[in-house]
Design a protein around this ligand. Structure first.
Ligand code: G6P
Length: 608
């Protein structure tokens, strides 16, 4: 989704701003732009499509500047086009970049038109430039103008603005959309994503909602929501040392799939000991709080929601707790009833998903015992706003389609199920069994990745179709949903998942030779029933691709049965995810899609 980078420096900033945009490409975007202060004018360049096209324009024009703002846009209001790309400007005086959504934009736009402002784009963002221009005339300084504008703006925003009359400083503002400062050598930076400026500094200041900051090459000043000057903590993170290159792999997604044995090890490392999960791995006091829990509510989006649906089974079987799972975007709108002693769990790779954060903030007003976040980004808003948090330690995930973030979320959620059971003094033998199995999990994943050749053999048959059906039962139904999501995200094949028992209540009508059916058949008490469901597909000419326990045998028309490595049943959902990731990757490769940045999608969805 949209990305902001801004810099005030003693050197030329054009190149570093464009490099920062490249670093944010993984988030998903459709256009890019830059505004560079050149003392009495502003170089304003924009391009529809890839950042490289903007870079080509920069190379042609070679603008020199020590102060600038740049942006990658992911369209919300107005189609992807050069005119709608940021930065937006007002009367060549003020240039802005914006992430988020201005909810009252229609009303503000109308009033600005009455004030004589002309709108060139279809975006909600352009009005911010006009508002700042209007208020600059009244106040003559950008900080005051920003506070006057903020008083009018409703919604979520991170803004960076430059004023033609000030070639030394720029102003940024944050409300419900991530924004941080980076303290470099002879330069100060601002960005919506630490990765954008991680090569330039390892000192960051995470701004809070309501903050406005002014930055120049030598200094920065931060004001809070009440315009009081404040000091915010400096956080040191060495982002440049975190692997963010593709290495020997063709795509980040492929690399991230193969990183899973190590990523899972990083999730469980230092959190289990002897026969059990260690105490308070979710934070000091979490063990006591968990002892009081009587009910669980999970909220998340996308892949993270699927992790929640798997974990709900574990909370039931291991922690003996009822659990409800909601899409974060729906949760607030169903007037949720909160039972006594309920625990809220949010799951988010980025920790910045607007719907998940909004659900967390909404839940804080309700009578929950507390909130637990399962998150991959320690510096995220979700990590800061949750009472307790467990970092999945998967390392940066760049591919838009989530892979290692998902399996590490599952490992983290398993640790949570075990911790709840331990605090509630339940199931010690089962806990020991799962802890032992967790230790072998990285090795089993490593084995599972060796299925690649068998997956390569079936990929062409699926790549040539327009639809696919995924089937699973019980805890494997959310895994089937995750498999379908992966396939549709990166190969653009329409894919749906069903609990296999529901097949005859509708989807069976879709089965013919053009509908490949991908099924998950682990050894379980329902394996036999699942095989009968699959017979129904076979009898109607459907081709089956079954990932199965070696004990499950069946005949599958022209399809394939791929035997899965053995592991403890409770952890098999993690293992069965791996071939589905490989399959969607290989199918997308055959179809020639943009695997790491699929069309229309964003890595971190920071608008509701
Ligand atoms: C986007 C991403 C998905 C992700 C979802 C939730 O849709 O493309 O991969 O699962 O957001 O993101 P989160 O960061 O909250 O896990």
């Amino acid at each position: 989704m949209c990305g902001i980078i801004a810099a005030a420096s003693t050197r030329n900033v054009g190149k570093l701003l464009v490099q920062g945009l490249h670093k944010m490409e993984y988030r998903g975007y459709d256009s890019a732009g830059i505004a560079l202060h050149q003392n009495d004018s502003i170089a304003h360049l924009r391009a529809l499509g890839k950042v490289q096209l903007l870079e080509d324009k920069m190379v042609a024009e070679k603008p020199k500047s020590k102060l600038g703002i740049a942006h990658t846009r992911w369209a919300t209001h107005g189609e992807p086009s050069e005119i709608n790309a940021h930065p937006h400007q007002s009367k060549n005086n003020v240039y802005i970049v914006h992430n988020g959504i201005i909810e009252n934009y229609i009303e503000l736009r109308e009033s600005l038109i009455k004030d004589g402002y002309e709108f060139l784009s279809q975006t909600d963002s352009e009005l911010i430039a006009h508002l700042l221009d209007l208020y600059l005339k009244q106040s003559n300084n950008m900080i005051d103008a920003m506070y006057l504008a903020k008083a009018k703006l409703e919604g979520a925003y991170a803004i960076a603005a430059i004023d033609i009359n000030d070639n030394e400083s720029l102003v940024v503002a944050r409300n419900k959309s991530p924004l941080l400062l980076g303290l470099g050598t002879d330069e100060i930076l601002a960005a919506s994503d630490p990765l954008a400026i991680g090569q330039l500094t390892n000192e960051f200041i995470f701004l809070e909602d309501g903050d406005v900051a002014e930055i120049s090459a030598e200094a920065y000043t931060i004001f809070d929501a009440n315009k009081k000057q404040v000091t915010r903590e400096i956080t040191k993170i060495d982002i440049s040392s975190q692997a963010t290159s593709k290495g020997e792999y063709k795509h980040y997604m492929e690399k991230e799939i193969y990183e899973q044995p190590q990523a899972i090890l990083n999730t469980i490392d230092g959190r289990i000991g002897g026969d059990d999960v260690l105490d308070n791995i979710f934070g000091l006091g979490s063990a006591e709080l968990f002892a009081q829990v009587e009910r669980i509510q999970i909220v998340a989006c996308g892949t993270s929601l699927h992790a929640g649906r798997v974990a709900a089974n574990w909370f039931s079987s291991i922690s003996e707790l009822p659990c409800q799972v909601d899409y974060a975007s729906e949760y607030r709108y169903r007037n949720p009833h909160v039972d006594k002693n309920s625990l809220l769990i949010t799951i988010s790779q980025s920790g910045e998903t607007a719907d998940t954060l909004a659900a967390l903030r909404y839940a804080k007003e309700k009578d929950y015992l507390g909130s637990v976040g399962i998150c991959n980004v320690p510096t995220s808003s979700l990590a800061r706003e949750s009472d307790f948090v467990l970092f999945t330690n998967a390392g940066p995930e760049i591919g838009v389609a989530s892979t290692k973030a998902f399996t590490t979320q599952l490992a983290g959620l398993m640790l949570l199920a075990l911790s709840l059971a331990k605090s509630r003094e339940l199931n010690p033998i089962l806990r020991k069994r799962v802890v032992t199995a967790l230790r072998t999990l990285p090795e089993v994943i490593h084995e599972t990745l060796k299925l690649k050749d068998q997956i390569l053999a079936i990929a062409p048959a699926i790549a040539s179709k327009d639809n696919a059906l995924f089937l699973g039962r019980g805890v494997f139904y959310p895994i089937a949903k995750e498999g379908a999501l992966k396939l549709k995200e990166i190969s653009y094949i329409h894919a749906e998942a069903y609990p296999a028992g529901e097949l005859k209540h509708g989807p069976l009508a879709l089965i013919d030779e053009n509908m490949p059916v991908i099924a998950l058949a682990p050894e379980s008490e329902i394996a036999e029933k699942l095989v009968s469901n699959l017979e129904e597909v076979k009898a109607r000419g459907g081709t089956l691709y079954v990932f199965a326990d070696p004990s499950v045998t069946m005949d599958v028309n022209n399809g394939a049965v791929i035997s899965m490595p053995k592991c403890d049943f409770l952890l098999t959902p993690i293992i069965y995810t791996i071939p589905l990731q490989l399959l969607s990757y290989e199918v997308a490769l055959l179809r020639g899609t943009d695997i790491d940045q699929p069309r229309n999608l964003a890595k971190s969805v920071t608008v509701e």
